[in-house]
Design a protein around this ligand. Structure first.
Ligand code: PEP
Length: 249
């Protein structure tokens, strides 16, 4: 019912030439991807057009950020329509690095998600708790609060949204939530989605992110409420990302 989505977040890595080379390697390696899953790669803004111009064997393109206005005096920002024009179909929103380093709030996440939907693209809305929040027993409260604050205003459009649960302490650290802990949080998120948007909750894809690698992806993807992965470091190496996208369920 929910087609798994494997997303690669390239963050602030890769020159344009390197991004094109990685795209070409992925297009070859994923040419025989099983039909029951989807893949999206999210390069830097500067590499988007070059990556979009390559043959990609069905691999979609996404952006890592957006500003929630159609156009205007917003120096340094990029509008949803500009991303759509370049070929993006997904936009990552509310990544923990943006929340922590750039002060992105739940209110801004909500505005961005709405703007991305209005432009005809799919927002990948990131949520997740810090290590301190997990250790103090607050993980579920924090994450469900982010889901509610980010998505309540979109209660009739939930099925068009992807959520990425990314425990902050697992991002880029090599630490991964156990598959049981991840599943428990995903089930809780789906419960919160049900109270926001009823049965649409069953159609929302919830990705796991946080040090997903070739050797842990199969176990994570075996969980009933894990519908894909948002991959950082391992998405920068063709061989790793190809193996992750070819997870065995
Ligand atoms: C991320 O940046 O979203 C991420 C999950 O990174 P990593 O896979 O490197 O932990």
């Amino acid at each position: 019912m929910r087609t798994p989505l494997i997303a690669g977040n390239w963050k602030m890595h890769k020159t344009i030439a390197e991004a094109v080379a990685l795209t070409d390697a992925l297009a070859v390696g994923l040419a025989d991807l099983p039909a029951n899953r989807q893949v999206v790669i999210c390069p830097t803004f500067t590499a988007l057009a070059s990556v979009a111009a390559r043959p990609r064997a069905g691999i979609a393109i996404g952006a890592q950020n957006v500003y929630p206005e159609v156009q205007g005096a917003y120096t340094g920002e990029i509008a949803p329509g500009m991303l759509k024009e370049i070929g993006c179909t997904y936009v990552i929103i509310g990544h923990s690095e943006r929340r922590q380093l750039f002060g992105e709030t739940d209110a801004m996440v909500a505005r961005k998600a709405a703007a991305v939907l209005d432009a005809g693209m799919t927002p990948i809305v990131c949520v997740g708790e810090t290590r301190a929040e997990r250790e103090s027993g607050q993980a579920e409260n924090i994450v469900l609060g982010q889901v509610k604050a980010g998505l309540s205003a979109l209660s009739n459009r939930l099925s068009e949204i992807v959520i990425a649960y990314e425990p902050v302490w697992a991002i880029g650290t090599g630490l991964t939530a156990t598959s049981a802990d991840a599943q428990a949080m995903h089930a809780a998120i789906r419960g919160e989605l049900r109270s926001v948007g009823g049965n649409q909750a069953d159609t929302v894809r919830i990705q796991y992110g946080g040090s997903v690698k070739p050797d842990n992806v199969d176990e994570l993807m075996a969980q009933p409420d894990i519908d894909g992965a948002l991959v950082g470091g391992a998405a920068l190496v063709a061989e790793s990302f190809i193996r992750i996208a070819k997870f065995v369920k």
